[in-house]
Design a protein around this ligand. Structure first.
Ligand code: F6P
Length: 327
């Protein structure tokens, strides 16, 4: 199987996500299972350019399935965007005889790898690892479930204090330009309103909803705001509401990088394990310039072009349901 692939390079890149270590473990062990050599590239494309590459064995990835972050470290590399940077990276791979790559990261990582594949024709596959769940071609990205659970736990805690003081809280969650974390943590945390980039809610509509809540004797409220909100971030929304009315006692909590850390949930560990094995098997079966995904609980392989030309849409029915529940 995959005779031409003898040495696989694996790396994590972009924002870290809980479950990246579990994916790495799966890649390394699957590669060894199929009698291939495997090398870890430190700090993503930065380490590839610097030649920071280490041989990995089955024991190198012991005791990491439960750990957040990434033991390979990660970075966003400007130099890899240049032809010179990519040429240096390729030379370093050649020095180790690495003739295939598996990247664990998000869309920036994939774009870099696609370019690299086009220039150097090195068989490459991507594994979607990002808390944002913003990648088409997969129902879930690694880390999204853990990050959303972290956000829900935080929202539950904020709810206690919001309720005690009759306050209106704006809670900002991550997700870049995607509202996945916001929608799911908001529904699970019983939020009164959601502000996400995918929905064109105006500030006036949001304000009207808050006013309506006041009229129906709602004493405390939680609004979950995706960081990609197009009508202002949590601080700005809070300021605008305060300017319009003295009725609300308003507080803001920005969850930030808290959502990126922590031990991955069982879901992310299993997802990462499946994707890691599938990436190695995909490479050995001749798949390249593609991303492993999970659709309806089945592993799929998506061509690079098909995933980059689409957006991972949020189910409209989820949004409809959230509205029904927030009366
Ligand atoms: O892509 C993951 C993510 O956490 C986004 O949700 C967020 O917009 C971004 O990364 C933050 O990046 P950094 O860690 O570089 O501040």
């Amino acid at each position: 199987m995959g005779e031409q692939i003898s040495k696989i390079g694996v790396f994590t890149s972009g924002g870290d996500a809980p479950g990246m270590n579990a994916a790495l473990r799966a890649v390394v062990r699957a590669a060894i299972y199929y009698k291939k050599e495997v090398f870890g590239v430190m700090q993503g494309y930065e380490g590839m350019i610097a030649g920071d590459i280490v041989k990995l064995g089955a024991r190198s990835v012991g005791n990491i399935i439960q750990r957040g972050g990434t033991i390979l470290k990660t970075a966003r590399s400007e130099e890899f965007r240049t032809p010179e940077g990519r040429a240096k990276a390729f030379d370093n791979l050649k020095k180790h005889g690495i003739n295939s790559l598996i990247a664990i990261g998000g869309d920036g990582t994939f774009t870099g790898l696609h370019k690299f594949y086009q220039e150097f024709n090195i068989p490459s596959l991507c594994i979607p690892g990002t808390i944002d769940n913003d990648i088409a071609g997969t129902d879930y990205t690694i880390g999204f479930d853990t990050a959303t659970n972290t956000a829900v736990e935080a929202i539950d805690k904020i709810r206690d204090t919001a309720l005690s003081h009759d306050r209106l809280f704006f809670v900002e969650v991550m997700g870049r330009n995607s509202g996945y974390i916001a929608v799911n943590s908001g529904i699970a945390g019983g939020a009164f309103a959601l502000v996400i980039p995918e929905e064109n809610i105006t500030f006036d509509e949001l304000y009207a909803q808050l006013e309506e809540g006041g009229k129906t004797n709602r004493k405390s409220s939680l609004v979950v705001v995706a960081e990609g909100s197009t009508i202002g971030d949590a601080n700005e929304l809070a300021r605008k509401v305060a300017e319009r009315s003295k009725y609300f006692d308003i507080k803001v909590t920005i969850l930030g990088h808290l959502q990126r850390g922590g031990s991955p949930t069982y879901f992310d560990r299993v997802l990462a394990s499946r994707m890691g094995v599938a990436a190695v098997e995909g490479l050995l079966n001749g798949k390249q310039d593609a991303m492993v995904g999970i659709k309806n609980n089945q592993i799929v392989y998506n061509d690079f072009d098909s995933i980059m030309s689409q957006r991972h849409e949020i189910d409209a029915d989820l949004l409809r349901m959230a509205k029904i529940l927030s009366i």
